[in-house]
Design a protein around this ligand. Structure first.
Ligand code: UFG
Length: 324
């Protein structure tokens, strides 16, 4: 298979490129390196270009002739999306629509989309199934939800277009062999932020919100190891190339941990009793997001291998220490 991977130099994209490469697929990575890194691309060629540059994108589609596109290139930081919504709608929604338009002009019909649990907003059920109502509470989630609507309409209208939209829960951890991992310029995610605090890069970790309607008052998330998520992408691609119809699927383990539980585990793994202070709520945070991933397991045969918070944090810690 020839696969074009947008955002393939980023955290999740690079782990999927690794998984694709290990399976012998031919890969072209398209990335503007705004949050990705050249060294993270372990397989295939890197095209350093902007997603909004239709000329370059079209020439890549024409020349590389991918069988499928996997689309990771997006902005992903919830609080930033609250402050700067247009940045999110332009990149996550408009640029994706443009990519789809060019794909169809070039007769590329298979698409794997990076969606998010943030499309659900404040959920009534945990674990949340794919059919739950979508009420995102931040522009990030809305930008992805809008793209999902476009995908559904396109697949209805165009028999030669099929897609899988994977709704990621909280992705964490790093490649077990230590070659790649999370390397954002700005670290806002809980696990990375905790580990960087343990390393002394930050004086303290703030626990955003301690009065949520959860057992210990802090937000609950379903943390999934990035290699298990990468496997889900391989299965989604196989499913589409095998003739499977368009699907939306949650990617998570089906159980969550509170912010306090994650912080405790980060302290245990690092052996550092770093400072963690209660702080006000952060805007745009739903109290609980836990995946009902039965569809991914039953339909695609996904068998997670790393459903273990300690292992997830250990691999992230191994990666963090290597970077210092
Ligand atoms: N948190 C803290 N302190 C920090 C950082 C985070 O208390 O320094 C808390 C947050 O308030 C939240 C939880 O830890 O309650 C998780 O926050 P993250 O920033 O790690 O992740 P988010 O849940 O905001 O978002 C992530 C991805 C999104 C994805 C979402 C799905 O960034 O792309 O998970 O659940 F949509």
């Amino acid at each position: 298979m020839r696969v074009l991977v947008t955002g393939g130099a980023g955290y999740i994209g690079s782990h999927v490129v690794k998984a694709l490469g290990e399976r012998g697929h031919e890969i072209a990575v398209y990335d503007n390196l705004s949050s990705g890194n050249r060294w993270a691309v372990l397989y295939g060629d890197l095209i350093h270009a902007e997603l909004e540059d239709s000329n370059v994108l079209k020439s890549v589609l024409v020349n590389f002739k991918p069988d499928a596109v996997m689309h990771f290139a997006a902005h992903i930081i919830v609080p930033e999306s609250v402050r700067n919504p247009l940045k999110y709608y332009l990149n996550n929604t408009v640029n994706t629509i443009n990519l789809l338009r060019l794909m169809r002009e070039c007769n590329v019909g298979l698409f794997v989309f990076s969606s998010t649990a943030a499309v659900y907003g404040i959920v009534e059920t945990a674990p949340v199934p794919e059919g739950a109502p979508l009420h995102p509470i931040n522009p990030y989630g809305t930008s992805k939800m809008m793209t999902e609507s476009v995908l559904a309409d396109l697949a209805l209208a165009d028999q030669d277009f099929r897609y899988t939209s994977l709704r990621y829960f909280n992705v964490a951890g790093a490649d077990g062999s230590g070659r790649i991992g999370q390397a954002y310029r700005e670290s806002t995610h809980l696990i990375t932020r905790s580990l960087k605090t343990a390393k002394g890069e930050f004086p303290k970790l703030e626990i955003f919100g301690t009065d949520y309607p959860t057992p210990d008052g802090t937000c609950i998330r379903d943390y999934i190891h990035v290699d298990d998520l990468a496997d889900a992408h391989i299965l989604a691609l196989d499913y589409l190339t095998g003739g499977g119809g368009s699907q939306v699927m949650n990617c998570g383990y089906g159980h969550g941990y509170s912010v306090r539980q994650v912080v405790e585990m980060a302290k245990k793994v690092t052996g550092v009793d770093f400072r963690a202070e209660d702080a006000p709520r952060r805007e745009g945070d739903p109290p609980e997001l836990v995946a009902d991933s039965r569809k991914l397991k039953n339909m695609l045969g996904w068998k997670p291998g790393f459903d273990d918070l300690e292992y997830i944090i250990k691999t992230a810690w191994q990666w963090e220490r290597k970077r210092s």
